[in-house]
Design a protein around this ligand. Structure first.
Ligand code: SAM
Length: 277
């Protein structure tokens, strides 16, 4: 039987680095649920961000055709090499996942990304993957419960924000399970959630100018208590232009942007674009 997380930590005298978000999984049921939730098959190339001492990695190696893990902490590199040495379809990269080109690592294949993400990199990594248009099939990630709820939130709710629109523009999302603090060493202060984001074959809405679409979304949620007309005013549009754009898009003058679905945001951005050209 393979070593457990605690045994490996003790064997190498590993010291946790809090600033790297190091909370290692000790509950093998969670590992199984993540792998099942990610729907990994022998056909898949899986990229894992932050393998730690390899608890989830080992399960991924048993299920997938190929696994590439990216770990920033140099103290973990020799441990991972030793503990996972029998697996020929394993590649370990000592890199910062926020800086690597995942497309290059995937090398033409469509990847499934699986990670128990350090909390401080969750939003930068998701934003990078989605905005860089990395070719991926799904991202199955364990993240802070509140962040998963924001990704999954619908219009008009308090959790709905720029991250919800970004995720829902590109993906379908599904909550796989919640995970309590006692499933990790050391225990984090917050609950975690495993969520799967499956990439849509086409973005959810047709957008003629994505830069304008995302600028509009960011503006709305930076000043979320304001009406959409005031948001548009802050973007430099005149009163007449705003009234015409909202009327054409079929949106009430007093509406708040935070009530718009991805499709409605897209429709408004497309209307503004058309009026400007
Ligand atoms: N996958 C392991 C598990 O589930 O037990 C460890 C998860 S732990 C929450 C996060 C891991 O990500 C740590 O091993 C940490 O060193 C690593 N890490 C933190 N920042 C990183 C970065 N920017 N790039 C790659 N790995 C990173």
């Amino acid at each position: 039987m393979s070593n457990t997380t605690k045994q490996i930590v003790e064997k190498y005298g590993f010291r946790f680095t809090k600033s790297l978000g190091q909370n290692f999984l000790v509950d093998m049921n969670i590992v199984k649920d993540i792998i099942r939730g990610a729907e990994i098959t022998k056909e898949d190339h899986v990229i894992e961000i932050g393998p730690g001492v390899g608890t989830l990695t080992r399960g991924l190696l048993e299920a997938a055709g190929k696994v590439t893990a990216i770990e920033l902490d140099e103290k973990l590199i020799p441990i991972l090499k030793e503990e996972l040495k029998g697996y020929e379809h394993f590649t370990l990269l000592h890199e910062d996942a926020t800086k690597v080109d995942l497309g290059e690592i995937a090398d033409g294949a469509s990847i499934k990304l699986v990670a128990n993400l350090p909390y401080y990199v969750t939003t930068p990594i998701i934003t990078k993957i989605l905005n860089d248009k990395t070719d991926f099939q799904s991202l199955t990630i364990m993240i802070q419960k509140e962040v998963a709820e924001r990704m999954n939130a619908g219009p008009g709710t308090k959790d709905y924000g720029a991250l919800s629109v970004l995720v829902q523009y590109y993906c379908d999302s599904k909550i796989i399970r919640t995970v309590p603090p006692e499933s990790f060493i050391p225990r984090p202060k917050v609950d975690s959630t495993v969520i799967r984001l499956t990439k849509l074959s086409e973005p959810r809405a047709k957008v003629t100018d994505e830069a304008l679409f995302f600028k509009l979304v960011r503006q709305v949620f930076n000043m979320r208590r304001k009406t959409l007309s005031n948001n548009l005013k802050a973007m430099g549009y005149s009163r007449e232009f705003i009234e015409e754009a909202l009327e054409k898009a079929g949106i009430d003058l007093k509406a708040r942007g935070e009530t718009l679905t991805v499709e409605r945001f897209a429709h408004l951005a497309n209307t503004i674009k058309e009026m400007n050209s």
